[in-house]
Write a protein that binds this ligand. Sequence first.
Ligand code: TA6
Length: 278
Amino acid sequence: IEHIELKGIPALRLSIANGASAVLSLFGGQVLSWSPPAGGERLYLSPLAAHDGLQPIRGGIPVCFPQFADLGPLMQHGFARTAQWTVLTERHGKDFALVSLGLSDSAATRALWPHAFEAELSVLIEDNRLDLELEVGNRGDSEFSFTAALHTYLAVHEVEQTRLEGLHGYSYRDKTDANRIKRDSGDVVEIEAETDRIYHDVQRPLLLREYRRSLGINAEGFADVVVWNPWVERSAAIADLPKDGFRHLLCVEAAAAQHPVRLAAGERWWGRQTLVEL
Ligand code: TA6
């Protein structure tokens, strides 16, 4: 585990004996890169991403907390992705590297969201796996609720040739069609247009298939799966994404979106997303 700077932003590089590595930015508590031992980079990071320590970084795995998207009064995706996280623990052996980062309430967060909380993000690489766990505790004396997501940008060779399996039969909210609730009836999700869906109560691991490689995607604690690709028109409005960037990314996010998580004073919650190179 090395402390590095990435375009001036403090970050940690995790690497293990089998050749796997990951990069984790303290700004946003955001994983920016993950390469499993056998393959190349698995996360999409926009070449136009801001690295100014102010704007969110487009790509990797942004942490959306305490609000997912625009599901509340806060700024889009909450404040965690533009906050400075601190290193809580670093542990490594020959076969694994584990870092956990912390974020807790401050005058700045309380001005936006008046609650005493502590969040911990644990990032583990081991074998062919990346494991991300977000834990939230209520350290105040009254209940609060939040929505959240690990907004994972997966790198794909060509999004139109990518198939996402495992969502068959689940219902989803379609943001590209007036938030209508629909049911997925296809065997696989293919991306051929703007896609922005919240799948509800997903109980199965997912499989992302591409020519010659596959990725298993599993979640615990997070009830929902968000599938997002901005496609041509919406991409044009996203300044920090290149024109053809959408072709090389697919967001498959572990989210607590449909039902906010309620935490009574002193309670804790956790959710995890695991990516496995197959
Ligand atoms: O997770 C999907 C989503 O909420 C989309 O609606 C889309 O706007 C995306 O996130 C990216 O949001 P951002 O604020 O990072 O541009």
